[in-house]
Ligand binder design. Structure first.
Ligand code: BTN
Length: 295
């Protein structure tokens, strides 16, 4: 079995200004902050977390002017149509297991969407939520380590398309992104969904801390639209093509190539086939007009 790894987006602060004891622990939603407009909830919460901050703090914005997506791409949504937030997490798991946080978060978001709207989203590896091949939600987890290599915090950023109709998406996204309202025909209040999300994140993070990854692994696998499919993965090395066969107990994805060789992947991005490409995280080459329209 070949291992393909590249690091989770991490950074190490030059100066740790407060000790571990001062970094108080709280459940998800122990503090909830709202901002009408922010450049990026992930960036702003990371800046705030340089001072002592309760873990579980949630920063919600009505609108982002420079939302960040995976792979350094922008994340664009029209004001008032999405649930846009970031959560500060300090899960009590060993550092080598922390990459699992993106998968646990995806399961928690799927739980919340189901509870708020009845909609069962599928999970595209590692953590995009999809309905009928269209992207409903993107998740960006960014981890900060101490100079000693311990976890300082994780910022889990979540963008859910809630109230969009197809016309709300820029032209180049129509048909490849979707929303809860489009899929269910029901009005879902963003802050009702937020309540469910706080509950499900707290429940899944607590379950992960107490029981390990297995419950989330099973839930992820049951909702996956990646397992059993032929995919092309862009990893740190050359692209890999094969059938996604399993999400393993350690959170890695196993891919079996045409030669029958198994590859174990920690990070990467599914680049094709087209029906499961990434939607909603826009390439930097997106037309300027459409980018401006959404601001
Ligand atoms: C993806 O590329 O699929 C991840 C998108 C993540 C977007 C969310 S919106 C809230 C949070 N703040 C950001 O700047 N990005 C994340």
């Amino acid at each position: 079995m070949t291992m393909h790894r590249h690091p989770i987006q991490t950074s190490t602060p030059a100066l740790t200004r407060f000790s571990r004891l001062e970094r108080t622990q709280g459940g998800v939603g122990s503090a909830v902050l709202f901002l009408p407009v922010v450049d990026s909830t992930n960036r702003r919460l990371a800046e705030m977390a340089r001072e002592p901050m309760l873990s579980g703090t949630v920063l919600v914005a009505d609108h982002q002017t420079a939302g960040r997506g995976k792979g350094d791409r922008p994340w664009i949504s029209r004001p008032g149509t999405g649930l846009i937030l970031s959560v500060l997490l300090r899960p009590a798991r060993p550092v080598e297991e922390l990459a699992q946080v993106t998968l646990v978060t995806a399961v928690a978001v799927a739980d919340a969407i189901a509870a708020a709207s009845g909609l069962r989203a599928e999970i595209k590896w590692p953590n995009d939520l999809m309905v009928g091949g269209r992207k409903l939600c993107g998740i960006l987890c960014e981890m900060v380590l101490t100079p000693e290599g311990e976890l300082d915090h994780i910022i889990a950023g979540i963008g859910i398309n809630v109230q969009k109709s197809d016309d709300d998406f820029p032209a180049f996204l129509q048909g490849i992104a979707t929303s809860i309202e489009t899929e269910t025909g029901k009005h879902v209040h963003r802050y009702d969904l937020l309540g469910h999300l706080i509950d499900s994140l707290e429940a899944r993070m607590t379950e992960w801390e107490r029981e390990g990854f297995e419950p989330a692994r099973q839930a992820w696998s049951a909702q996956s639209c990646t397992l059993g499919r032929e995919i092309v993965l862009t990893t740190a090395g050359a692209p890999l093509r094969g059938i996604a066969t399993a999400l393993e107990a350690d959170g890695t994805l196993t891919l079996r190539d045409a030669q029958g060789q198994s590859h174990n992947v920690v990070f990467g991005e599914i680049s094709s086939p087209p029906e499961i490409t990434t939607h909603g995280a826009f390439p930097r080459t997106a037309p300027a007009k459409e980018e401006n329209e959404s601001k």
